[in-house]
Design a binder for this molecule. Structure first.
Ligand SMILES: [Zn+2]
Length: 241
């Protein structure tokens, strides 16, 4: 299958000088069906098997679902594949092996390059699926979404979540730039759409909200109201304020 972003000019980015950077299509082309989509197609087949013709309403719904899926896939921001050490995550086959129910928001307490080195160091035993750079919202992907990254400090939450790191420090809001919020929110929205994760604070949580977490990130300076507005298509809302 032709990768969605293959036609774009490959981006060279100073954060990742050691890699031949390409905009990875691996999570963007929507080939992995959501559990909900599987259920939907199963229900459709069951209906067909009973000899009932698909009604116009069903066809319309299916078309609307297709359109929604295409829009969601199109909204997926460019990501750049910078693989973590294979010692720092667990290979899995989500969402079949575990449902993906949560997005966990982190702040690195490191620069992007330093955090990247940590993810690539087999001794560290930590990783995240994504990391967003402060200056321009550049997104690195370190672990496939199907695999379990080690970011939440809670096995159950690791199994069922996508971890997104943000470059910066919890006590210094200047790291949390417009570009970072916008880029991260687009990523979170696209991930939510693909797995049917509700775009609310019960499912998009801070590391600090993971049960048993001894981390405080993203911290009180992370603007959750703004972030959730952006995740939910916020520019319209912002113009009205
Ligand atoms: Zn964290």
């Amino acid at each position: 299958m032709e990768p969605r972003y293959a036609r774009h000019t490959p981006t060279r980015h100073p954060l990742c000088p050691r890699y031949d950077i390409r905009e990875t299509p691996m999570e963007a082309h929507g080939r992995t069906p959501t559990r909900r989509a599987l259920l939907r197609s199963g229900a459709y087949l069951a209906t067909a098997a009973t000899g009932l013709a698909a009604t116009a309403a069903t066809a319309t719904t299916a078309h609307a679902d297709d359109r929604r899926r295409r829009r969601a896939a199109a909204a997926y921001p460019p990501t750049h594949w910078i693989p973590a050490s294979t010692s720092n995550y667990r290979v899995s086959s989500r969402p079949t092996s575990y449902p993906i129910d949560f997005i966990v928001i982190h702040v690195t307490q490191e620069t992007f390059p330093d955090a990247m080195k940590i993810f690539q160091d087999p001794a560290k035993q930590v990783s995240a699926h994504y990391m967003v750079a402060s200056a321009d919202g550049y997104i690195g992907q370190f672990v496939r979404e199907k695999d379990v990254a080690w970011h939440a400090g809670n096995k159950d939450y690791n199994n069922r979540s996508i971890g997104i790191e943000h470059e910066g420090w919890v006590d210094d809001a200047k790291w949390f730039t417009d570009a970072m919020y916008a880029s991260s929110a687009a990523l979170t929205a696209a991930v939510c759409d693909r797995y049917g994760i509700p775009k609310n604070r019960d499912h998009i949580i801070g590391h600090v909200e993971v049960p048993g977490a001894d981390h405080t990130d993203p911290g009180p300076l992370w603007d959750w109201d703004r972030y959730m507005r952006l995740v939910n298509g916020g520019s319209r809302v912002r113009r009205g304020v």
